[in-house]
Design a protein around this ligand. Structure first.
Ligand code: SAH
Length: 273
């Protein structure tokens, strides 16, 4: 619980930046502990805001960087934590390779803004060559989609895309009351460990497009949902090693990977997405 005096001290949270500040120190510690990092690791915090996680992170990790879009939050953070390495900017435009040190990969942490959760997740995916892992607070519903199994309502693009490149764990849920202002939904903290070895995907662009197309008409058979995708890419013979009367939601992540690689070896010329 926060007192009205504390509330008064908080500058106006900005809705356009998706600001819901953590006000429960126990939860903050629990999130930071989930990072499982060492003193030599490069830590990148997305959206430090007023520093609920930052104040704990800076104690343990000398190589700490934060990206924050809100100028007034950046000013406040710099005042609070002298010499803090906080970059004012949009994480969606951030160059992750600029902070990855040599062959050391980045550990990402953040209570990320809910209005751009998917964009941030895909941005991380685009940069997995320099990211080791991520501990993120997202809406519970997004967490459930990320870890979903085939044949469930939650299983879809997010599940397949991310499970193909990361092992993902739903760590714990966080009630609305842990934030100011309170969000409309329950949150979850997840951990993603990215690994290039997880699946051998020959053509990541094709994989993404295949998954998107397959789920674009979830109730239909693959034959139906992939028709336009195949036509656009001049794939006439669909004699792949898979039963196309199945629906996307019945395919395991592994089956999507195998199919994608098979299509890739068949593909002539550049892909049409
Ligand atoms: N980590 C803090 C703040 C969470 S609120 C806490 O737990 O209390 C989300 C934070 O992300 C806000 O500080 C918001 O200003 C910041 N933010 C929103 N959009 C952003 C973007 N595109 N790039 C970087 N930071 C962003």
């Amino acid at each position: 619980m926060i007192s009205s005096r504390q509330k008064y001290q908080m500058y106006n949270p900005k809705k356009r930046f998706g600001q819901n500040f953590l006000v429960d120190d126990n939860i903050s510690s629990k999130i930071v502990r989930s990072l499982d990092a060492g003193r030599d690791d490069v830590i990148l915090e997305i959206g430090p805001g007023r520093g609920a996680l930052t104040k704990l992170l800076v104690k343990d990790y000398p190589e700490f960087v934060a990206v924050e879009i809100d100028e007034s939050a950046v000013t406040e953070l710099k005042e609070k934590f002298g010499g803090l390495n906080v970059i004012r900017g949009d994480v969606l435009e951030f160059d992750f390779s600029s902070v990855a040190g040599g062959n050391r990969k980045i550990k990402v942490i953040g209570n990320i803004p809910y209005n751009i959760t998917s964009e941030i997740l895909f941005r991380l995916l685009d940069n997995i060559s320099c990211i080791d892992s991520a501990v993120l607070m997202v809406q519970k519903e997004v967490a459930e989609r990320l870890v979903a199994s085939p044949e469930t309502k939650q299983y879809g693009i997010l599940s397949v895309q991310f499970q193909a490149f990361a092992s993902i764990k739903h760590l714990f849920t966080v009630p609305r009351t842990a934030f100011f202002p309170k969000p409309d939904v329950t949150s979850s903290v997840i951990r993603m460990n990215f690994s290039k070895e997880l699946n051998r995907i020959d053509n990541a662009v094709l994989f993404r497009s295949l998954v998107r197309n397959a789920f674009s008409k979830r109730r239909k058979t693959l034959k139906n949902s992939l028709k336009d995708f195949f036509e656009a890419n001049n794939i006439i013979n669909t004699d792949f090693n898979l039963d196309f009367s199945r629906r996307a939601e019945t395919l395991t992540v592994e089956e999507f990977v195998l199919l994608s690689n098979e299509i890739n070896s068949y593909l002539r010329g550049p892909m049409v997405i």
